[in-house]
Design a protein around this ligand. Sequence first.
Ligand SMILES: [Zn+2]
Length: 441
Amino acid sequence: MKFSIAIFLASTASSTFANAFTPTSHAVGRTTGTSSALNGGMSNDVGIPCTEECALESFPNLPDSIHPGVLSGQAMMDLLQHAKDNGYAIPAVNCISSSGINACLEAAKANDAPIIIQFSSGGSQFYGGKGLDNTDYRAAIAGAVSGAFHTRTMAEQYGVPVILHTDHCSKELLPWVDGLVSASERYYKTHGEPLFSSHMIDLSEEPLEENLSICKDYLTRMEKVGLLLEMELGITGGEEDGVDNSDRPVEDLYSKPEEIYETYRELNKVSDKFTVAAAFGNVHGVYSPGNVKLDPEILNNAQKFISDKLGDKAPENKLPVSFVFHGGSGSDVADIQRSLTYGVIKMNIDTDTQWSYWEGIKNFEEKYHDYLQGQIGNPDGDDKPNKKYYDPRECMRAGEVNTVKRLEQAFSDLKCQNILGLKSAAGAKNVLGPRRGGLPV
Ligand SMILES: [Zn+2]
């Protein structure tokens, strides 16, 4: 398979080779790891042409199971293992719109890397529309499912592997994740894989015993369709999506090796498809320098502690636990990179991309201010139309471009560049240029 991809990459100009990678051949060869996909990829499913990177069955530098589009089951596990074995983490970016998702996919392609796209409950609701009734999390469930279909469709077109995840889910929010797991179970019946890749359940507010007991119940259900569970231990400080932990006592901000071991042992009885968001002084949001006392050694100590307990059964790399880094915004890059050597394979990014998207719009407004004050009339003349300036596509694209730039830094910080082994992505062709109304941003 890798040989034929090498030929394909060297021959993108050749229609003969391109034809060998029609959606049909793409679908037949694809497996999800949970079982053979019954219908192949989403592009094939809905009849969108799938050529070039979209039609790859795997990537030159990654295990064969990993393909363009949303991954689940064994393919997802293979990618996470590849990250751990190679000392990088995958950026997990909170998205609230198709525009944000597209910016993530553009950034992944530009960095030749996988990406994790995730929705919070509030972000899911926003995706569905704030005008839709959200009783029983109806809007949040529908919004996340809608975002999942957008991600599934477009991830293949961008030709990058994507893990599709949902973020913090407290006890009160469990009906939201119930709705999403049901959607995955339904999707599994026709596609042989879940709609999502993974979900987070955050019961860190509850006693450890209850946290583990509920997580085990969910993992039992999720394992059947190849979903992964991310769970949280301890408290991530700060405030995010309406949850404010900024007044919590300091000792709650650090997980203990014993509780990480207990979690590892208990969840492993059910499945190996879980990750742990442990607390090591990480804080949601950006605060003044000096307030964040990150201590990645907590993760190192936990891996050593658990490896000792496991003895002969410990993995060779002595990194039994796969950790998730929450609240990385504003952290020192040296601390971030040290955490990668301790088994962090995913880092969440929300605050910094909220800022980058807004900053792109802010800069756009500053640059074109005098053209944005009315439908008619600007410095070029009182009768000049401003349509091409106030078209929302212009300011949103400015937000996207600035976010792609910010994400490049995230990929670099997490050592997650040139992972797929494709040649550096050529710029998009046949995009309407300034002459047709696209403004330089
Ligand atoms: Zn978080």
